[in-house]
Design a protein around this ligand. Structure first.
Ligand code: ACO
Length: 336
């Protein structure tokens, strides 16, 4: 059995900064409400004409990760792309990035697991590397939320939270020396699927039907729905459970965590977890303040920034944890 190690990390966010005050000009909201409930002060949005899309941002993050890894694109054996906001209904973004980076005919697959998507993708990659089937895997998380949100007062409960961006990791086979991904832990609970969901357009909600059913444009099902307080309550429980599951699987305790990188759902959720586990400020990394919630991209963006800032160092025990739509939740324990 082989072990998987992270050889390179990269991230990309669009240049266009959208502050809470900017949003208050297009909907009935304000900086104080958003900061108090979510901790977010600004986020990045793709700007029409800037050339970005979910696949393009993913490609940009992947380029950085590849450069830093020292691994050639020609040696990539698999691409795993996590997103809930793909450029096309089909095909997935994985094959788009393959074409953009001129990667040979290796397999490319998309993972549709929302906020937990990056850890699910990491776990998929880890299984292929561990068994020896593949040596180098490119894992990407990327989201274009701004293209699909309701920026009127009707959508304010959801649209102020999310931002655009991408992160990527190049994973490679390492000697079995205890360094790398120690374990991943995945869960889902489909009975809550519609508590955080986007119903259409889909095979159940084709656009002509949506328009026919909603001639006035009210109650449009092609914007996301979120039962915010229900999501919050489930998130804090599942985050805690899956972090403990990861630690216990490796004979570790909370005190062994050098860096916890939670999915950047909401600063209040991260702070709740930090207090529950009595972690110091320098043991938890948050950057939702400047990017909002970028779902599948939030962990790789945060991990990349933490590494760039020297907050994740060789020998550290790093725990990644996520919770999101599905519901799905997951963790990964990594020895850096
Ligand atoms: N600005 C101003 N007022 C607002 C806004 C806004 N942007 N949004 C809602 N309000 C109003 C509501 O209309 C409501 O007004 P009312 O009392 O007059 O009816 C009031 O504020 C309170 O609304 P709630 O929805 O009850 O606000 P709450 O305190 O629950 O906070 C929030 C909402 C921030 C969404 C919170 O529930 C939350 O953080 N939930 C977790 C979300 C999350 O983490 N999601 C992550 C997963 S995402 C994924 O997987 C894709």
């Amino acid at each position: 059995m082989y072990q998987t190690k992270i050889a390179g990390l990269g991230s990309y966010v669009p240049e266009n900064v959208v502050t809470n005050d900017d949003l208050s000009k297009v909907m009935d909201t304000n900086d104080a409400w958003i900061q108090e409930r979510t901790g977010i002060t600004e986020r990045r949005h793709i700007k029409k004409g800037d050339g970005n899309s979910t696949a393009v941002m993913g490609m940009k993050a992947a380029k950085v990760a590849l450069e830093r890894s020292g691994i050639s694109k020609d040696d990539i054996d698999l691409i795993v792309f996590a997103t809930l906001s793909p450029d096309y209904y089909f095909p997935g973004c994985g094959v788009q990035v393959q074409e953009m980076l001129d990667i040979h005919t290796c397999p490319a697959l998309d993972v549709r697991n929302q906020c937990s998507g990056f850890i699910y993708a990491l776990s998929v990659a880890d299984q292929f590397i561990k068994t020896g089937m593949y040596k180098n895997v490119l894992v990407i998380g990327s989201e274009n939320h701004s293209g699909g949100l309701d920026f009127t007062t009707r959508g304010r409960g959801v649209s102020v939270i999310f931002g655009d961006g991408a992160g990527a990791a190049v994973l490679t086979q390492s000697d079995h020396n205890g360094q790398g991904i120690l374990s991943t832990h995945l869960h889902s609970e489909g009975k809550h699927a519609l508590e955080l969901s986007l119903k259409g357009p889909s095979t159940m909600h084709w656009v002509p039907e949506i328009i026919a059913e909603n001639p006035q444009g009210d109650d449009i099902p092609y914007y996301p729905y979120m039962n915010g307080q229900f999501v919050f309550k489930n998130a804090v429980v599942r985050f805690s459970e899956v972090i403990m599951e990861g630690l216990q699987a490796n004979g570790l305790e909370v005190k062994d965590i050098d860096m916890l990188i939670p999915h950047q759902a909401n600063l209040r959720i991260s702070q709740f977890i930090q207090q529950k586990f009595k972690l110091e400020d320098d043991q938890v990394y948050n950057n939702i303040q400047k990017y909002g919630n970028t779902t599948a991209a939030s962990i790789p963006i945060a991990l990349t920034e933490a590494w760039e800032e020297g907050k994740v160092k060789e020998g550290d025990t790093v725990v990644l944890a996520a919770f999101g739509s599905g519901f799905t939740w997951a963790s990964a324990v990594i020895k850096w």
